[in-house]
Design a protein around this ligand. Structure first.
Ligand code: FAD
Length: 473
């Protein structure tokens, strides 16, 4: 009897355009799809772990409808794989490559251990368009600045998407599986998981529909409208890309097709996909981007690192008294996502106006975002704080008041998320109060707070601290 192959699913929860799955199914041997609730999944923040669970459930259904199954196991990945190999007689394990330091370390150790045990462990591309070691500057080395990287990859031939395998051969007997509900991946949600759930678009079919709808209805005006948080103008695909429910290659080819059909603004969408690539290249080549200031001279900057500081708490709870910031923080709490411009505004306000460490914000996002991505989140925060590669210079402090005037002219976004002071608040603004924990003691009947720190005062203080830091360099 031919030995089975284990297909270890991680952030690649789809069946189409899946190089690892295609390779596993290629020679007709039985394939055992597995998802492991390991230490890295368990260590995720509340919202991404909850959303991961939804995605795992969707993949399990997709596999069942094709005569296959998703075997779920909890434990250290190497222990689970070793058990499964012993139980099934599998001789090969396939997976899609990961690039962030924790996952990379885990995979390197597992690959070596499996090899030692005579098992073939094969990693495949699929999570990024361009493997980080394949894109180099003219003088060698990786790109530290986005625009030259964009120019260098823009016209690169990207291979065609792979079709879903015709058949995922099933083994004669299936190994035992844990029950997804017992893994309880929503257990850390301190907010109403059911409220966030209403905003989730889960699974490969929904992701493909989302991409098609975006291409048909919005890509033509993407560049004009993408900066306005009150307008539904972007793709929303970050939620699906992060769990691999859709591949970046599927998005890339769809974007190019729209561009070829005469939608010039599709180019900006392609460029955004390359920002994601840039983040992955940085995390691969400079893994400290996820844990320390990318530019170490920032280690001397006097950030507030006290997570319990009242300003930080007010920022997290969306009651800084700055409507753009509060609207955005509430949007994230309720929907699990936040518009890109809003992310830049709240990150700038926390790190510059409130002079609090970007790591505080990065951790809060990692707890609240259903599209949390280890590379893009770290890059986004370090960009906003000024400590990262190709970062916004520290002296560029967004003014959240003028930004709101410019990007939310009709007040649609503000009204969507702020209830206080409105005679008839919107449903979304009210849903925030249902989502937050009771002990926050928030009510739509409260008076909207005055600014904790005005944009002008915060800016002046930040620039002074920056100037002092410059002197001690
Ligand atoms: P679209 O505008 O439709 O763009 C298409 C795709 O391009 C996105 O889905 C995303 O994969 C990629 N993309 C777009 N903008 C960026 C960007 N600036 N950086 C990297 N990739 C980008 N993105 C995440 O996916 N996860 C995060 O945890 C995350 N944290 C962020 C934190 C901060 C402080 C900042 C400033 C940005 C962060 N971003 C993050 C990037 C960006 O805000 C989101 O990717 C974007 O808002 C997703 O919306 P969309 O899918 O509608 O994007």
């Amino acid at each position: 009897m031919t030995s089975p192959i284990i297909m270890w699913f991680r952030r690649d929860l789809r069946l189409g355009d899946h190089p690892a799955l295609t390779a596993a199914c290629e020679n007709g041997r039985p394939v055992i799809p597995v998802f492991i609730f390991d230490e890295l999944v368990d260590g995720l923040g509340a919202a991404p772990k909850f959303r991961f669970g939804l995605s795992v459930g969707d993949l399990a259904r997709e596999l069942s409808s094709r005569g296959s199954r998703l075997v779920l196991r909890k434990g250290r990945a190497i222990d689970v794989l070793t058990d499964l190999i012993r139980e099934t007689g599998a001789t090969e394990v396939h997976w899609s490559r990961a690039y962030d330091p924790d996952a990379k370390d885990r995979d390197t150790t597992i690959k070596a251990a499996l090899k030692e045990a005579g098992i073939s462990a094969v990693s495949h591309p699929g999570h990024v368009l361009f493997e980080p070691w394949t894109v180099e500057t003219k003088t060698g080395g990786f790109y530290r600045v986005f625009t030259p990287m964009w120019k260098s990859v823009r016209n690169t031939e990207v291979s065609a998407c792979l079709p879903e395998p015709d058949l995922i051969p099933a083994p004669n007997a299936w190994p035992d599986s844990d029950d997804l509900t017992l893994l309880n991946m929503s257990k850390d949600m301190r907010r109403g998981a059911e409220i966030v759930h209403q905003h989730c678009v889960v699974g490969q079919t929904a992701a493909a529909d989302r991409l098609s709808e975006f291409i048909e209805t919005r890509i033509a005006r993407y560049s004009d409208d993408r900066d306005f948080p009150g307008v539904k103008a972007t793709s929303g695909l970050s939620e699906n890309l992060t769990y691999g429910e859709i591949s970046p290659r599927q998005c890339w080819h769809a974007g190019w097709e729209a561009f070829r059909q005469g939608h010039d603004q599709a180019e900006v969408f392609l460029k955004e996909l390359v920002w994601r690539e840039f983040a992955y290249h940085l995390v691969f080549h400079t893994p400290h981007i996820v844990s320390r200031n990318w530019r170490e001279e920032w280690d001397r900057f006097p950030w507030n690192t006290d997570e319990a500081h009242p300003h930080v708490v007010a920022w997290k709870q969306g009651r800084t008294g700055i409507p753009f910031v509060d609207a955005a923080m509430r949007e994230m709490y309720v929907t699990g996502v936040m518009h890109n411009r809003s992310r830049m505004i709240v990150a700038s306000y926390l790190t510059k106006n409130l002079m609090s460490h970007w790591k505080i914000g990065e951790r809060w996002f990692a707890d609240c975002l259903i599209d949390w991505d280890p590379a893009s989140n770290a890059m986004g925060w370090q960009w906003a704080a000024g400590s990262g590669p190709d970062a916004a210079p520290y002296f560029r402090v967004f003014n959240p008041v003028t930004q709101l005037d410019k990007f939310d002219r009709d007040g649609v976004y503000q009204k969507s998320w702020i209830a206080e002071g409105y005679g008839q608040p919107s449903d979304t603004a009210l849903s925030y109060f249902d989502a937050v924990p009771k002990h926050w003691r928030l009510s739509p009947a409260n008076t909207y707070p005055s600014p904790l720190v005005t944009p002008e005062a915060g800016r002046a203080r930040a620039l002074e601290a920056y100037a002092t830091r410059e002197k001690v360099k």
